[in-house]
Design a protein. Structure first.
Length: 134
């Protein structure tokens, strides 16, 4: 094998893992794929910031009945300063699925790991009723 063919073969082998498509699951399906690096796409039912600063994006139900959690550690919270925008939105999070307290989760270390697929519907304010009898 000549040198140029060897380099071409090594290049193809080095980019092959990057070309592989990351599998995507729902919040409920994630539990069957612990240990995989994958994407989870679903609606964020509840966003919660704990006293210690950890941020939890519960998907597939609200805590304690969530099917899946995207977890943002307190020390990285400043990277996700607008985290409340995810509540009610359909998002895709990507990373390694692990089990934590019996529930699957992905730890988000960078905003690049989360993409909003469908934004939260605009909330329309209903007019304030006037007091009766005036």
């Amino acid at each position: 094998m000549n040198t140029s063919n060897l380099f071409a073969a090594l290049w193809v082998l080095s980019i092959a893992p990057l070309m592989a498509e990351t599998p995507t699951y729902t919040a409920v399906e994630a539990a069957k794929h612990v240990g995989e690096t994958a994407s989870v796409t679903d609606k964020v039912d509840r966003v919660f910031k704990a006293k210690g600063g950890n941020i939890f994006l519960n998907m597939g139900g609200a805590h304690p009945n969530e099917a899946f959690t995207a977890f943002i550690p307190a020390n990285l919270g400043d990277k996700f300063s607008d985290f409340k925008k995810y509540e009610g939105a359909t998002v895709t999070v990507t990373g390694k699925i692990i089990m934590h307290n019996g529930k699957p989760q992905i730890t988000l270390n960078s905003p690049d790991q989360i993409v909003i697929k469908e934004a939260t519907p605009e909330k329309t304010e209903s007019p304030t009723p006037s007091p009766s009898g005036t």
